[in-house]
Design a protein around this ligand. Sequence first.
Ligand SMILES: [Zn+2]
Length: 291
Amino acid sequence: MVGSPCALCRQAKKLELSHIVPKFVIRYLKKTSVVAIRNMQNPNKVVQDGEKHYLLCGDCEDLFSIYETKFANTFFHPYMKDNIKEFNYDSNIYYFLTSVSWRSLYLDILDFVEHSQELGLDTETLDCLIASEKEMRNYLLKNQSTANGIEHHIFFFEDIKNITNELVETRPHTTFHRGIVSYTFFNKELKTYATITNMMGIILFTLYNKGQNEKWINTEIINGTGVISAENQIIESVCINELVEILNNAKKAVLETSDSQKEIINNRVKDKLEEFKNSKTFEDLKKDFNL
Ligand SMILES: [Zn+2]
């Protein structure tokens, strides 16, 4: 929205077109893609640059980009390119994760408020989301030292050897490793509210409220120093349903791809066959065919 104040500092400054999922992820996905990136909602439309909104002023963009670079250099690229599985982190990573989920939550709240009836959104859930957004914003503006009441968890979608029959066709490796998505969801009965962001297999869950009896083992990123590794991670939570949802949506998107679009993709692959055979996409497809 041109003309609105900056979503973070709330000052009436010129807004930039901001990415929801950080730029470096989109850049890396493009760089390692042989065929163009397709939008999950509309598989027939080629998306050049991921989702963008007029959200932040230049100063707030610059502030966020410092932390994006830190995460890109210490987590994202070492994991993607060098097969690093263990990461030492400090509070800069907590800041980065907060900034990612906050962007997504901010936009989702606008949407939730507008469509609360269709979505069956109750006041308790909405109040919690609004309070979390405010907590995160105050922390991101450095008015307070942490974002109270929220938890960040990272789940690494590693290679898998098997999956339940219904999900084999969803191509899980390709879907998560070659995918980008971010949105907020809620389960009113269990009272779990969270934002999920998939950054090519590094999946961030930010919990605003956690239902009872959930288990999150070796996944949390605290606001301080710690170590996290892409091994022995266990999640027992309704949040897992969202992973299944993402898989099913990906399958649907493939089914809905028009024949003419399929032909364009096939021709592009044929034109660049050698490049395709050496690509990460091909590696993931092979893993999916072996399930
Ligand atoms: Zn600003």
